[in-house]
Design a protein. Sequence first.
Length: 281
Amino acid sequence: MIFHEQQLLDKELDPYRVLKKKVGLVPTMGALHEGHLALVKKSVAENEITVVSIFVNPTQFDNSKDLQKYPRTLDEDSKLLRSLNAKILIYAPQPDDLYGNKVVSKRYSFGGLEKQMEGKFRSGHFDGVGTVLNLLFRAIRPDQAYFGEKDFQQLQIVRKLVEIEKLPINIVGCPIYREPHGLAMSSRNKRLSQVEFDKAGFIFETLQWVRSNFSDKSIPELQKIVQQKFKENNYLELEYFEIANIKNLIPAKRKRKRNKYRAFIAAFAGEVRLIDNMALN
Ligand code: AMP
């Protein structure tokens, strides 16, 4: 069932809340793929009812062309969700149903998490993400909400957001779903040409190479080699490569045994910006 208005969705959810049956939420921007569906299936398995929100959130885009070109496929998305044959409600609002008449971001400080990587390169992005998720959380009041490690920085920020906003929601992280050649599934992949799609497997290959060499090489060495690998690649332009401590996301200069690290890449294939990451230890 598709709801465009909070009020009607609320009526549908109320009986579940009254009977203390678990409500799961999977926030998405639509153009659903297997990666999204994995989150939805996990929520269906762990909750009595699942809400999938489909909303291309204008306040988290720093680039109006990217916002305009973001794929919107609500009919196909709802067919896909229906095919799961489960208790799933779709919430696909217009901006004013969530934001009221002012579609603007609240300013957040996520303890520095927002200053690294995506935060550096997409100004205001995490204020937009925090704002829309806070609105969705308050509208839907889920017991659990599901997020992909594909957007690992976002996942850590959402954990911080529920702390800041004092929301009693369990945030569940889910592994990255990939295409057969390793490219992380993404709605943006729909905008790649066949050649760009094929060549974009290089991002995953590079992350795997970093993981295999993480124990033998220093971080500056790995940095240098990855930069060089991208320079030699004619199809992908590297925006950033970082190895960061998973807790604070601060780029690491040297390894410490007790810390856990991930490698993060953002790169352009033509006009399309792709991100990916991988656990290293
Ligand atoms: P999006 O529609 O891109 O905002 O993504 C909605 C949710 O799906 C986010 O929590 C993403 O991290 C997650 N997601 C997107 N792509 C993948 C993927 N390839 N594997 C796992 N989760 C994903």
